[in-house]
Design a protein around this ligand. Structure first.
Ligand code: ZN
Length: 326
C-alpha cells in the first residue's frame, strides 16, 4: 500500500489507473501492519477526496492480506552458492544489547564532517586495503530527516559535483554515527566505490542495490574496527533475520522492539518497520550484500580493493554469482 501511495503521489494524473490496477491484483497485496496503517491513513487524507473510499478499502484489505513473496528463491538466484553460508552467518550472529554511539554532537557542521573525513582519508590501514582516495569538492546538505545520509554520485545527478546529504536527527547526532556514515557514504564507501568501479565499467547498473549498498555496509562493518562497528553488524544481522523470517504485524512489532531496546526514537522505529514490511528486499539488500562481500573476500583471500579492480572494465550489476565465476 505504501508503494501504491508513493506512485499516486508521484503521478497524481494516474491515480485512477493505479487504483484500478491495484484492485485487480489485490490478492498479491502485502500485509500492512496496524502501526503502519495509521501513517498511511494520514497520507491518504492528503489525496483528493474522490479517491479516499477506494484507497481506504484497499488499505483495509491489505491489513488482512496473507500473500507472501518467496524471497528465498529470488535471493538464492542472486547470491548463488554463497547464499546458504550467508544465512548461517546471519542467524548465528547475536543481537547487540546496546550500541556505543560515542559523544553527542548537536549538529553536523562542514567542519565536523571535514574533520572526520580527513581522519578516514589519512588512515594508513585503510589506504593499504582500499587504496588512497583524493576526495574532490562535493556539495553538502544537512537536513532534518530520519536515517543517516545519502551520497549522490555526479553520474546520477548529471552534474559536475557529487553531493553528500547528512540527515540530522536525535538518533544520528553522535560522533560514531557521523564517522561511520562518512565511511559508508564516501571513503571507503560509495564515493570510493563509484570512483574505482562505476566510473570505469563498460555498463554500470545504478540500480544494483545489493552490490552498491552491500559494499558500503561492508565497509561500515570492517573498515575501522571498534565496538560500534561490531554492534552495527550484529544489529544489521538481527534486522535481516527478522525480515527473512517474519511478515506483516509480527515483523513490524519485532523491528520496533529490537530498535526500542537499543534506544532509537519511535519515529525512526516506525520508519524502519515501514521499510521492512512494505519495501520487501530494500533493507535486505544492504545486509545480504554486505554478507556476500564479507564471505567472498574471506573465501577468495583478496583485498577489498582487488575485488573492485577485478570488476572494473566489465559490465557490473547485482548478479553476484557471475562476479564469482568469471
Ligand atoms: Zn548507502
Amino acid at each position: 500500500m505504501s508503494q501504491l501511495i508513493d506512485a499516486v503521489e508521484a503521478q497524481p494524473s494516474k491515480t485512477r489507473e493505479l487504483l484500478n490496477y491495484s484492485k485487480h491484483c489485490r490478492d498479491v497485496l502485502i500485509q500492512t501492519p496496524c502501526i503502519i496503517a495509521d501513517c498511511l491513513v494520514k497520507r491518504i487524507d492528503q489525496l483528493p477526496l474522490e479517491y479516499h473510499r477506494d484507497m481506504l478499502d484497499l488499505l483495509d484489505y491489505s491489513r488482512h492480506a496473507e500473500f507472501r513473496q518467496d524471497t528465498n528463491a529470488f535471493y538464492r538466484r542472486l547470491y548463488g552458492d554463497l547464499y546458504d553460508e550467508m544465512l548461517t552467518v546471519a542467524f548465528l550472529c547475536e543481537a547487540p544489547i546496546n550500541i556505543e554511539h560515542g559523544n553527542r554532537l548537536y549538529t553536523a557542521t562542514r567542519a565536523d564532517i571535514d574533520n572526520e573525513l580527513q581522519l578516514l582519508l589519512g588512515d594508513d590501514m585503510l589506504k593499504t586495503r582500499f587504496e588512497r582516495f583524493d576526495v574532490t569538492p562535493f556539495d553538502l546538505k544537512v537536513d532534518i530527516d530520519t536515517g543517516y545520509g545519502e551520497w549522490w554520485d555526479r553520474d546520477l545527478l548529471c552534474e559536475n559535483m557529487d553531493k553528500l546529504v547528512i540527515h540530522a536527527n536525535d538518533d544520528f547526532m553522535y560522533l560514531n554515527d557521523l564517522r561511520y556514515t562518512l565511511a559508508h557514504e564516501i571513503y571507503p564507501g560509495h564515493g570510493h566505490f563509484y570512483r574505482t568501479l562505476a566510473h570505469n565499467s563498460h555498463a554500470f547498473d545504478h540500480g544494483a542495490m545489493s552490490l552498491i549498498e552491500g559494499w558500503a555496509t561492508f565497509v561500515e562493518w570492517h573498515s575501522v574496527q571498534s565496538d560500534y562497528s561490531r554492534q552495527i553488524r550484529e544489529y544489521d544481522c538481527a534486522l535481516l533475520t527478522q525480515c527473512l523470517l517474519l511478515n506483516g504485524n509480527e515483523l513490524a512489532n519485532n523491528v520496533l522492539s529490537l530498535r526500542k531496546s537499543l534506544g532509537f526514537s519511535h519515529e525512526s522505529n516506525i520508519r524502519t518497520a515501514l521499510y521492512a514490511t512494505q519495501y520487501i528486499g530494500f533493507l535486505e539488500s544492504y545486509y545480504l550484500g554486505a554478507l556476500w562481500v564479507e564471505l567472498f573476500l574471506s573465501e577468495s583471500a583478496i583485498k577489498p580493493l582487488d575485488m573492485l579492480n577485478n570488476l572494473s572494465n566489465r559490465n557490473v550489476g547485482d548478479f553476484f554469482y557471475s562476479i564469482r565465476e568469471e
